[in-house]
Design a protein around this ligand. Structure first.
Ligand code: GAL
Length: 418
């Protein structure tokens, strides 16, 4: 299906909507997702194999496009056509929306049998248990305020891990002078917004991030600090290569892996690409929080929503949900994916240095009130607001607005969207 999508998107869309190419196997599940990069596919295989081991067939419905925007478009078309897939990868407020529309099956029986209430963190339950009903199975917790670096490139240029904005900009200058692309980036709206998530957190601080992107406070959205965040985006823009526009995120990660670029600011799904290329944390690559956000975690959690197929949740949907929440799967899957478990009782033993740090950071941020839903990945505000922020951030990144104009546009766009 992936090659069809690349060569003939229109035909693929028709097949997807009609279900002609992807009707669920008997006794199986049809799973719509956007995990198509090397690292993502390797992680998804862990889930496929788990289900196959239980004799449950898997009909794969990949829709390429990082962040899942295209997948959500295909999903809407499928649901409108009365042909919803069995299980669908979803994020944050999108899950809440589908639940409120009554499209999702009730997983309360399996959740009660397995005690999900006690082991899934409350920040995730907000997006998985809607009006007292479990509607989706959380697979992981990712976070967006990470930087990934090529260790040999940093060492060769005498660069230590930057912990402040000034140290970071000095490192960018050093790399540029050495003829290395300082920041690997893909110019797509969701990637621009992912970078902005971290930059905004570092400038606004946790209270400002909460006020701007979760409470949608116009004073903060339109304030001097927000303008400073956009000014820092100008600095980032000045340190990407000239071919950044439209590049997929995993190709940007490859630039860091290959030593063409020094850093990438990206969620921890990037780690899946390093691992898939046989690279080792602390040896080949470094992971650290974006300077100025060491205490904070901006998170997003992938989940599988179970779509109501008419009637009670099917045995296959319940089995898929149960497999996803099992502690052994949570460890095996997240070790490969780059994320951390969606349950609080999974040991960090099998995780590498970045995974251990991710788990410790998440627990510490949750305990200290420093855990925030990611704006870029649909956990801070509903899709309409998220898309409004995307539009402004991307237009600014591409030079359509200066930073002062961007702030004014942001206030307007959010107030229309909310
Ligand atoms: C995120 C998702 C991750 C990863 C990423 C890039 O939205 O949560 O699992 O897939 O997109 O595709």
């Amino acid at each position: 299906m992936r090659s069809i999508l690349k060569t003939n998107t229109a035909l693929a869309l028709v097949l997807m909507i009609s279900g002609g190419a992807a009707s669920a196997q008997d006794n199986g599940v049809e799973v719509l997702h956007w995990w198509t990069s090397g690292g993502e596919a390797a992680a998804l295989n862990v889930l496929k194999e788990d289900l196959e081991g239980q004799g449950i067939g898997w009909t794969d419905m990949p829709v390429a496009g990082g962040g899942g925007e295209q997948a959500m478009t295909v999903l809407r078309a499928r649901v409108t056509a009365g042909n919803a897939p069995t299980a669908v990868q979803g994020l944050g407020f999108d899950i809440v929306d589908w639940a409120k529309q009554g499209s999702l099956a009730d997983l309360n029986t399996v959740a009660a049998q397995e005690g999900w209430d006690d082991v899934v963190p409350s920040a995730l339950q907000e997006f998985a248990k809607i009006d007292g009903k479990w509607v989706s199975a959380p697979v992981n917790v990712h976070s967006t305020n990470w930087v990934w670096a090529n260790k040999a490139v940093l060492d060769a240029n005498g660069i230590a891990v930057p912990t402040t904005w000034d140290e970071f900009t000095a490192a960018l200058e050093t790399l540029k002078a050495a003829g290395i692309t300082p920041i690997a980036h893909g110019g797509q709206a969701w990637q621009d917004a992912t970078v902005f998530d971290a930059v905004a957190m570092s400038v606004l601080g946790p209270d400002g991030y909460q006020a701007a992107f979760i409470d949608l406070d116009e004073d903060v959205l339109g304030g001097a600090k927000m303008q400073e965040a956009f000014e820092r985006m100008d600095v980032i823009r000045a340190n990407v290569d000239e071919n950044f526009s439209g590049r997929d995120w995993n190709l940007a990660t490859a630039m860091v892996i290959n030593g063409e670029a020094g850093f990438q600011m990206m969620g921890d799904w990037a780690k899946g690409e390093f691992l898939n290329a046989g690279k080792v944390p602390d040896q080949d690559f470094l992971c650290f929080r974006f300077p100025g956000t060491a205490e904070q975690v901006t998170f997003n959690a992938d989940q599988f929503m179970m779509f109501d197929q008419g009637g009670a949740v099917s045995d296959e949907q319940a089995a898929l949900a149960s497999a996803i929440l099992s502690p052994s799967f949570q460890s095996a899957f997240n070790v490969v994916k780059g994320s951390v478990p969606a349950r609080t009782d999974v040991s960090d033993e099998a995780f590498d240095a970045c995974g251990k740090k991710g788990m410790a950071d998440l627990a510490a941020a949750a305990a200290s009130g420093n855990l925030f839903g990611s704006m870029a990945h649909g956990h801070a505000a509903p899709a309409s607001v998220k898309n409004a922020v995307y539009d402004v951030v991307t237009a600014h990144f591409n030079g359509e607005f200066d930073s002062e104009e961007a702030v004014a546009e942001l206030v307007d766009a959010v107030s229309i969207a909310k």
